[in-house]
Design a protein around this ligand. Sequence first.
Ligand code: S3P
Length: 421
Amino acid sequence: MTVTVVVGPRRPVGATVEVPGDKSLSHRALILSAMATGVSRLARLAPGRDVAATIRALEMLGVRISEDGILTSPGVSGWSAPGSDVDAENSATTVRLLAGALAGGKLEAVLTGDSSVRRRPMRVLVEALAELGADVSAGSHGLPPITVRGRRLRGAHIELPIPSAQVRTAAALAGLQATGETTIRSPAGFRDHTERWLHALGLGAPLGDEGFRVLPGSVPPLDVVIPRDPSSAAFMWTAAVLSGGRVTTPGVSMNPGRVGILEVLSKMGVAVTVQPTGEILGDPVGDVTVVGPASRATEVTGDLSWRTIDELPLVALVAAVTPGDTVVADAGTLRHKESDRIEGVVAMVRALGGTAEETPDGFIVTGGSLKPGRVDSRQDHRLAMAAAVAAAAAGRVEIHGMEVMAVSWPGFMNALDDAWS
Ligand code: S3P
């Protein structure tokens, strides 16, 4: 069922919003705990369909997970063969991370997903795992389904052409099961959640220059409270910027690979305050306050583009109401997310009366104003939620396909309503 919602003009946002647990960390916590033998406790798992897909996939392998995050596993070597293909729905993270975890076992599994996941590139993943001697193959054109035939792996030096956190994580999960050490290198800009956690667990160490050494070993059961999701918080930060309001989001992951948007907003003249509150397994957490509006255009390039990757649709909205040309480059990977997000972002800004143009690896947005309009989510959760937030500047926005927000944040519309009232 396709749901159309209308978000009307609102007052400035002024709120403290507790966003859900982080999606990237939830996938990692679930898969690492499932690799461990015994009982793990995972509090505040992300609520959306993507993480539910990882839970279902692990259950197919014989792992038990209760509603309140108690996970019981026989350990990665005790996983049972899934009775049918594993359907990761909209979650490419589930496919890539599980491919790494399954590569060193004894099982055969086929990992697939919905029509969007079946368009997600898997070549870099397959080639990285092949370095370890894995038998992992993609379908035609390097796309899912992914077939994994678990086998004994050997440590290797892996050089990735792109800073994909998912591929680095898959290589690390496979490397844990290999004989001998594995090193992983890539350009900068990836979220290094997995590597920080493995380091804290004594299963790896950073090497400098974006390198990481994986030490083969057994993952211990985990007991963690997942930090809140900065990619979800970013919708609220942007609502504050666009409405000239203020929002505070406590307890958010401050992994440097996740919060590039705060750097971008600061460069655009937004007041951003971060209060560090601690860390979970070596990964920093903090309270963030953002006060709008923005005052100047900026450039987002190089590793900053990667560190802002999931938030670039929001950067486009801020840019659309901020004087000057904002240029986003080095973000070609956006064409291979849940939708072609370069095309989708430019279409969204234009549908709301703004000025934007595509480039091969990003977009240029010229500041002006936004007007009421109608946006198609393209069945991409981040575009749907960005369009709802745009109402803070545009007035009335009609969004076709809003239900897709359930991929990462089913309660998003209620949270946004509360922030505005
Ligand atoms: C993710 C990594 C990023 C990001 C995605 C989630 C992860 O993708 O865009 O939403 O959880 O590791 P890449 O691995 O392609 O950089």
